[in-house]
Design a protein around this ligand. Structure first.
Ligand code: ATP
Length: 352
């Protein structure tokens, strides 16, 4: 049974189109106030999942419960959910504001001017709200869809690829709006294939591949960043030997030009302290994984198929600079040399 803090409960969801299994026994939960990223490559089953969550298509088996109520087409609870799926259509010769008012009335609800104005302001469209939609750029239309989802201050926002096609400035704008809404208590589920975006915005990630759950948890849990470290030092050999003897380390491996450490009970601070105490200059310390490398490790290529479709560079290139780090170890799950487990007696030994 779901707790009162569980806003979305997806259980054993399955949907196929002919011989294509789009969603294959997917289960996950979303807690109140979280921003959860449904992450997967093109064709992983994200949009199909979102559509089932909104009662737009019927699952073959499994169930979705939103705010404690089971979802079916037209379920009453959907009036408490704002959504944005596959670029909403607007009437081109009407203004953005008029479109929102019509949309809201069509659902049998009345939005006061203040509600519409607020949604337009959150989406950053107050200046152009009176202009016909046909004069809007792609990004403005996308943000009008976002404003539409915000009407009526929904408790839950379900957004399918909300920043697709936006320029970097607009992506930052939408991201900040989402973070603000979440801090005010709105629960948000967004689907995306933009790893960098999910890493920047979401508190939790649900990774799907071929319609199945691959992994879920906080970004740190999914990437293993809380339990790993990558270190570059001015004397790599001495640093390697020193790190092997730090208590609370699970393993140490060469990852040229640095060293990869799997942490046990030790923290990254403990590693730095040990290196500095040994007179070694520390140049870089960072989590070993980011979401991109973790994702590529998790999503195994199907036989005869590349791990990613051809648009890999375009979809994975971060919108903002990533901290400088080693290109190779960051994407390679295989260290240059096998990890060296630290002997138990060393791990238990005192001193650094
Ligand atoms: P993208 O990131 O490209 O939007 P996605 O993760 O949202 O992908 P879905 O759109 O859910 O993926 O599609 C999952 C699979 O189901 C794909 O193989 C897709 O071709 C197939 N599919 C989705 N909708 C239909 C449909 N109406 N008819 C037939 N096949 C479909």
């Amino acid at each position: 049974m779901s707790s009162t803090d569980t806003v979305i409960e997806v259980m054993g969801l399955r949907k196929s189109f002919g011989s294509v299994v789009a969603v294959d026994g997917l289960s996950f939960t979303v807690e109140r106030g979280a921003i959860v990223g449904l992450l997967g490559a093109n064709g992983a089953g994200k949009t199909t999942t979102v559509r089932m969550m909104l009662g737009l298509i019927r699952p073959q088996s499994g169930s979705v419960t939103v705010l404690g109520e089971p979802i079916r087409f037209g379920a009453k609870v959907l009036s408490r959910v704002g959504s944005f799926v596959e670029g909403p259509g607007f009437i081109p010769h009407l203004s953005g504001r008029h479109n929102l008012e019509l949309y809201w009335r069509a659902g049998g609800r009345h939005a006061g001017p203040a509600d519409v104005d607020e949604a337009l302001a959150v989406a950053g469209l107050d200046d152009v709200a009176g202009r016909p939609v046909k004069t809007y750029s792609h990004g403005m239309k996308q943000r009008l869809g976002f404003a539409q989802a915000l009407l009526g201050k929904p408790e839950l926002l379900v957004l399918d690829e909300p920043v697709n096609g936006l320029d970097p400035q607009q992506i930052v704008f939408v991201r900040e709006a989402l973070l603000r809404l979440a801090s005010e208590g709105t629960t948000i589920l967004l689907s995306s294939h933009l790893l960098w975006e999910v890493e920047q915005t979401c508190s939790k990630v649900v990774v799907v591949d071929h319609g199945r759950l691959v992994k879920s948890g906080t970004v740190a849990e999914v990437t293993g960043s809380a339990t790993s470290a990558y270190i570059e030092a001015d004397d790599p050999s001495l640093a390697f030997e020193t790190l092997r003897h730090v208590p609370g380390i699970a393993s140490v491996a060469h990852a040229p030009p640095g060293i990869a450490v799997q942490l046990g009970t030790a923290s990254r601070c403990d590693l730095v302290a040990a290196l500095v105490a040994a007179g070694i200059g520390v140049e870089t310390v960072m989590p070993r994984h980011n979401l991109e490398s973790a994702f590529l490790e998790m999503v195994a290529p199907t036989e005869g198929e590349p791990a990613w479709p051809e648009d890999l560079p375009a979809t994975l290139v971060p919108a903002e600079p990533v901290p400088a780090g080693p290109a190779e170890p960051a994407v390679s799950p295989v260290p240059a040399e096998p990890a060296v487990p630290v002997p138990a007696r060393v791990r238990e030994g005192a001193g650094r």
